[in-house]
Write a new protein. Structure first.
Length: 666
């Protein structure tokens, strides 16, 4: 027997035992493929149906708003995003930001803003389009490796409309899922094609898609392991009885995938270092308990997706009977999956896919204060979908009229899930709706109280806001953000001593809380303790140099001390971060006026007025300088505009009377 020549590049697979090898010059249908498709089973018809499903379920997001859960931090109030594509912003996107390295996501936000402005509706549309791309790519990959169009379409439809997946689509901040997952399925698709065709370009394409996906979310770290699972089923490259390729060879041929995944995982852990909870705040035994409960929670919600909310509080007092039941169920299901590897390998692959892809986010490495999150199931549920779909099909193999029964059942299941997903999507319309629903499900949800209190305060409903924020503090005293938000509410109500106490408590819990330092500085400045205020501002900026408001407050403190050079530096730094801040231009104008640079002051005041036409203080200061420099008509115009905005402004009234020598017609 002559030796078979190996192609260059990665180790070529042996197709013996593969699910659907194609011989040269002959098209072979896989053994498990469905009958020749009718017109409604064509790829185009299935793609159109999947597109329609996604469009109908997620259409309301076109009119949805930004959500208080990080959308302001990440997008709507992020000066690096709201200013659109610039060289500086593109460079900024490739750094570690907010405990994440996700340059692809930042670049996608910049593209959205450049095309449509800071528009929540269009950003939601982008998320929906990315979700559709994931759905279609998943269908394509499944057909490539199984040849079963109907079952592949059903799995893709479940992925498209399952209510547990709504969060990944409806939450703008979770663009990480929506953007990374199409590359997951494309990488898988290219790998399958490589197995079947043995072309190194397909291997390279698969590896490239993995690398690109990693720049959106490190969740793809488990992708190489899923490729090994697919080698078992449906590709049939390895089995207990007659492995077509040795297990070691299967692992070795993916060394580049494991390398990319490992590098990304290390980088992600470094980036998230400050957000990872210590064992003191979350002991390992509690994390293990929560992991088992979460595995079963997600599984139950897969089949009965009710009571889904944006935040699930961590419960350190879980019932031992609940934990024990979840451990037993997990062990039993894992045992069934493993012993099924010979006769029903799809059960083994489906369950291990679910368990393995959830492992990085199951809570053993705890990031954040949540116990679990719907978004974590975006890829893992595909394993359950595969196991159920192929399992039910095999179970019904001897049924009479099985095709009609299975088709009708599949359509009914998809439509039921689509209806539930539509309801779940409606909760993401705005922050009040989202958090009100969370409290309807769990009245003791401290984060829902915290966010709802902050929103109500912004709407002027101060008493209700303080009640919700106080409740949040009572439910979870170690949560620094609730203390901070309660401090903000109390400060605006004039209760400065109570506000300062809340800020100090927030800093006791979290010493690196930049905004707590900044707001404590504001209170100290109001109390005349300028040096102490400057110390707090400086600490805040050392923790977060991009806080434009703090640069302005620090500049004002320096200006009060007649340190104009230092004040100007802070105002200019704020404007370097975001040139559109009217207050920074106004404060810089005041400093220039104090320096005697009247022309520069007029220019800064004019810019402030252009950016914010109802900025009364800037208009009055501009009118005053214009009058002083002999530009009377322009000064009169500014004073008249001030009086239009505020008829009770005595300064503008007196200045206008002095200029026109007659009572103004206000």
């Amino acid at each position: 027997m002559s030796k078979r020549r190996k192609p260059a590049g990665p180790t070529a697979p042996t197709n013996r035992g593969a699910a659907s090898p194609k011989t040269r010059g002959q098209r072979q249908a896989p053994a498990h493929a469905i009958e020749a498709p009718r017109w409604w089973q064509s790829h185009w018809s299935i793609a159109a149906a999947l597109t329609l499903l996604v469009a109908v379920v997620f259409a309301p997001l076109r009119h949805a708003d930004f959500i208080s859960l990080d959308d302001h931090l990440m997008v709507s109030e992020n000066p690096h995003i709201t200013t659109g594509f610039t060289a500086a912003n593109a460079l900024w996107a490739f750094g570690v930001r907010y405990n994440f390295w996700m340059p692809a996501v930042w670049m996608s936000y910049l593209a959205d803003v450049s095309l449509h402005g800071v528009n929540a509706g269009w950003m939601h549309v982008t998320n929906v389009l990315l979700h559709l791309a994931s759905t279609l790519a998943l269908y394509g990959a499944l057909v490539q490796m199984t040849g079963a169009r109907g079952k592949s379409a059903f799995v893709a439809a479940l992925f498209a409309v399952h209510p547990l997946h709504v969060e990944s689509v409806a939450w703008i901040t979770e663009r990480k899922d929506a953007l990374s997952t199409p590359f997951w399925w494309l990488s898988t698709w290219a790998y399958i094609a490589w197995v079947q065709r043995q072309r190194w370009t397909l291997y390279a394409a698969s590896l490239l898609c993995l690398a690109i996906g990693m720049t959106a979310k490190p969740m793809l770290v488990t992708l190489p392991f899923t490729l090994l699972l697919l080698d078992v089923w449906p590709l049939g490259r390895w089995s207990l009885d007659a492995p077509a390729v040795s297990a070691w060879r299967l692992i070795k041929e993916k060394w580049m995938f494991f390398t990319v995944a490992a590098v990304s995982a290390v980088f992600a852990l470094i980036a998230q270092g400050t957000a990872v909870a210590t064992t003191k705040s979350a002991p390992m035994f509690l994390r293990v308990e929560n992991a088992f409960v979460s595995y079963m929670f997600y599984l139950v919600k897969t089949f009965w997706p009710t009571g889904l909310i944006a935040f699930y509080p961590y419960d350190p007092w879980m019932s031992m009977s609940l934990v024990g039941a979840c451990v037993l169920a997990f062990v039993a299901l894992t045992t069934v999956a493993i012993v099924s590897i010979r006769r029903r390998p799809y059960l083994t692959v489906g369950w291990l896919w679910y368990v393995g892809t959830l492992l990085p986010v199951i809570g053993l490495i705890k990031v954040g204060n949540h116990a679990r999150a719907d978004r974590y199931t975006y890829v893992p549920l595909v394993g359950i979908f595969l196991a159920v779909t192929w399992g039910v099909t095999e179970l019904a193999a001897r049924w009479r009229n099985r095709r009609v029964i299975l088709s009708a059942s599949a359509v009914a299941a998809v439509l039921a899930l689509a209806a539930a997903a539509g309801i779940q999507t409606s909760y993401w319309h705005d922050s009040v709706t989202l958090w009100t629903h969370a409290l309807d499900v769990n009245p003791d949800n401290y984060l829902a109280h915290d966010h709802l209190g902050t929103i109500l305060f912004a709407e002027g409903r101060q008493d209700e806001a303080v009640q919700h924020l106080t409740r949040a503090v009572d439910l979870n005293p170690p949560f620094s953000e609730s203390h901070f938000n309660l401090g903000v509410a109390l400060m605006n109500l004039g209760q400065f001593d109570r506000a300062a106490a809340e800020y100090r408590e927030a800093l006791r819990i979290q010493p690196d809380y930049a905004m707590a330092h900044a707001n404590l500085g504001l209170l100290l400045a109001v109390g005349g303790k300028t040096e102490d205020a400057i110390r707090e501002y400086t600490t805040a900026l050392a923790l977060d140099p991009d806080l434009t408001d703090v640069h302005i407050s620090l500049g004002a403190a320096y200006q009060d001390q007649h340190k104009l050079d230092l004040a100007v530096q802070e105002y200019e730094q704020a404007l370097r971060i975001d040139p559109r801040i009217a207050l920074a231009h106004f404060r810089l104008g005041l400093a220039r006026a104090d320096e005697g640079r009247t022309g520069d002051a007029i220019s800064e005041y004019s810019t402030a007025v252009e950016l914010k036409p109802d900025f009364i203080e800037a208009r009055f200061a501009l009118g005053t300088l214009l009058a002083r420099t002999g530009h009377v008509p322009d000064a009169v115009q500014q004073f008249r505009e001030v009086l239009r905005l505020n008829p009770q402004h005595e300064g503008a009234r007196q200045a206008l009377q002095a200029l026109v020598k007659q009572p103004p017609d206000a």
